[in-house]
Design a protein around this ligand. Structure first.
Ligand SMILES: Nc1ncnc2c1ncn2[C@@H]1O[C@H](COP(=O)(O)OP(=O)(O)OP(=O)(O)O)[C@@H](O)[C@H]1O
Ligand SMILES: Nc1ccn([C@H]2C[C@H](O)[C@@H](COP(=O)(O)O)O2)c(=O)n1
Length: 211
């Protein structure tokens, strides 16, 4: 069984997915981490991020491995862990360019669909494109200001700069970020992290929570 949790940037997808996955005793899968890792590798090798054939060829010669754990996803290139480098402002700036390339999207989708279920999958198009037959689908939102205030706890930048970057990334990612028609949309603004997790757990089909 697959549960999808999509949403806009910094809406809480990873934190919420981790909490839901731990409660269910399954891993969660961060699709955004694969897009971030592709971007990080491309930047490191000075590949033009708009050049899909060059980027794909680099990814094929430097294969990435996503390790989907409930405690937090990790991504590896051979024996080197890339995870810690991927939530930087530099990667944030490039990742929407990479995520807009259909060839890279197909590459990510194939890796995700090859993973053994059950799991919680988070991203932008988990419920629409990658796992349209998922057992339960959720979509997280919150105002740009609230998301920026939350993110400012993790990064040295100030709230207005973070908010402007989030709004820009929302716009760049808009095409693949529409909620699935059958997703439950949750405004996380008024809720605590645990409140969001409990809201989702309460709406899961009984066969998922009793497994
Ligand atoms: N409901 C909430 N209440 C308070 N803080 C929250 C809530 N949800 C998430 N957060 C905090 O907001 C920040 C962003 O959350 P998280 O990284 O999980 O979002 P994300 O959607 O996965 O981000 P990104 O799109 O950049 O990968 C984290 O610091 C997280 O702890
Ligand atoms: N399924 C997905 C997951 C992610 N992306 C893009 C959009 C984001 O800007 C970027 C990083 O994701 P995040 O860490 O913010 O979840 O990757 C996408 O297009 N589709």
């Amino acid at each position: 069984m697959i549960v999808t949790i999509d949403g806009v940037a910094a809406s809480g997808k990873s934190s919420v997915s981790g909490g839901v996955a731990r409660a269910l005793g399954v891993p969660y899968v961060s699709s955004g981490l694969l897009y971030r890792a592709a971007t990080g590798l491309g930047l490191e090798a000075a590949v033009d991020l708009h050049d899909a054939p060059a980027l794909l060829s680099h990814l094929q010669s430097h294969p990435l491995r996503l390790e989907p754990l409930a405690a937090g996803n990790r991504v590896w290139q051979g024996g080197r862990e890339l995870t810690g480098e991927l939530h930087s402002t530099r990667v944030d700036r490039g990742v929407s360019v990479v995520a807009a390339l259909p060839e890279v999207r197909a590459w990510v989708d194939a890796q995700l669909r090859a993973l053994p279920s059950p799991f919680v999958a988070e991203g932008r198009d988990m419920g629409t494109n990658v796992f349209p037959r998922a057992g339960a689908k959720f979509y997280l939102t919150a105002s740009p200001h609230i998301r920026a205030v939350r993110r400012a706890q993790e990064r040295p930048e100030d709230v207005p700069a973070i908010e402007a970057a989030l709004v820009r990334r929302d716009e760049l990612d808009r095409v693949q970020s529409a909620p699935a028609p059958d997703a439950v949309v949750i405004d996380t603004g008024p809720l605590t992290l645990d409140g969001v997790i409990q809201t989702i757990l309460a709406q899961l089909p009984a066969q998922l929570t009793s497994a």
